[in-house]
Design a protein around this ligand. Structure first.
Ligand code: SF4
Ligand code: SF4
Length: 349
């Protein structure tokens, strides 16, 4: 990848923005915002962006192979810039084991907390056929049922609440109770709606609550909204559940050997899920940015932006404030990143 052309956005991303301007040149379509647009051009571009990257059919996921690379920081700043363009973003904090996106939205606080439960089976041993049957035990792929001493024992912590055991039971011996898995809550600040989830302490499975967070985010989104999923890092069930339904994935990477290695794992996951994606390199000058550029070239991935590491940026982030609000250079970089992401989503639609 060539050195960034301006504002941290590489030359090819800028060309892509130009291409979008040309593509949108038909009457009434508006045009892509050129890098040096004035207010009038920006307003025209916003109208076009709203009509082209439409609504809640379009879902942008922000993911990373490695934790601690600044994914949530990128997600909240991007959401803010998109809100400034009138795209009414709803950000779903899918990292339900360690939710922290809300810390960037002070003084607004999470409210409207809602508890969530999953159904778990209860076995009526008076009715159950026990060892002579075991249909439920054999059907449960999560090993949440065990036949012991002629009785069926459920292990609620392993149960995913799929209901299959009740369906296969020939005598109606499977009843239902529920297990509390955690809660969701939301806040609204300057045009961004955030939905956050937090698992109950001791709860082992994140996916059911992640699905609740995403469902509530969809509820919160109006027709012109844009959904953003801030995914947990890694490639296990929580990350896969968070990516489910995404139209485009922005991978946040850092230019260290560990960062590039884990970026490779994340890209493999996207290929497996057949999801289109692009990369943003955070703290680009902290390591060797050429590592990430080379990786993107080799894997054919667009590198949409490089964000520098500065003492001021670290201070602003650590204080839970927004780079796009506090530092003009970052404001411009996130604005350019938003243009590049919207264009990429358009291309992927
Ligand atoms: S509801 Fe599904 S996961 Fe839970 S015990 Fe029954 S079959 Fe297993
Ligand atoms: S399927 Fe029903 S009858 Fe058979 S072992 Fe399970 S609970 Fe008992």
């Amino acid at each position: 990848m060539d050195a960034p052309a301006r504002g941290g956005v590489p030359a090819d991303a800028e060309q892509a923005v130009d291409a979008a301007r040309d593509a949108a040149a038909e009457p009434g379509a508006g045009k892509a915002r050129p890098a040096d647009a004035g207010d009038a051009d920006r307003a025209a571009w916003d109208v076009a962006a709203r009509s082209r990257v439409r609504t809640t059919d379009m879902r942008l996921a922000l993911a990373s192979g490695k934790g601690g690379v600044g994914k949530t920081c990128v997600a909240v700043n991007l959401a803010r810039v998109l809100a400034d363009r009138g795209l009414r973003p709803v950000l779903a904090d899918c990292d339900v084991e360690e939710p922290n996106a809300h810390l960037f939205f002070g003084p607004a606080e999470l409210n409207r907390a809602r508890d969530h439960f999953v159904p778990v089976p209860e076995i009526d041993n008076e009715v159950c056929l026990g060892d002579a049957c075991r249909a439920c035990v054999n059907a449960c792929r999560f090993k949440a049922l065990l036949a012991m001493a002629g009785e069926i024992m459920p292990f609620p912590e392993l149960c995913h609440g799929c209901g299959l055991c009740g369906i296969v039971c020939p005598v109606g011996a499977v009843g239902s109770s529920s297990r509390h898995i955690g809660h969701t809550a939301e806040l609204e600040s300057e045009g961004v709606r955030l939905v956050s989830g937090e698992m109950r302490i001791g709860e082992a499975m994140a996916p059911p609550l992640i699905r609740e967070v995403k469902a509530r985010a969809l509820e919160a989104a109006d027709e012109d909204g844009l959904l953003l999923y801030d995914c947990p890092p890694g490639g296990s069930c929580p990350a896969v559940t968070s990516l489910d339904g995404a139209d485009f994935v922005l991978l946040v990477a850092e230019p260290t050997p560990f960062g590039v290695h884990d970026l490779g794992l994340a890209v493999d996951l996207l290929h497996h899920l057949e999801l289109p994606g692009a990369v943003v390199c955070n703290r680009a000058d902290m390591g060797d940015p050429e590592r990430v550029r080379r990786f993107c070239r080799e894997r054919g991935l667009p590198l949409l932006a490089e964000l520098p590491a500065t003492a001021r940026a670290a201070e602003v982030c650590a204080d839970g404030r927004l780079l796009a609000r506090e530092i003009p250079d970052f404001s411009e970089r996130f604005d350019d990143l938003a243009s590049a992401v919207l264009h990429s989503m358009e291309g992927a639609a």
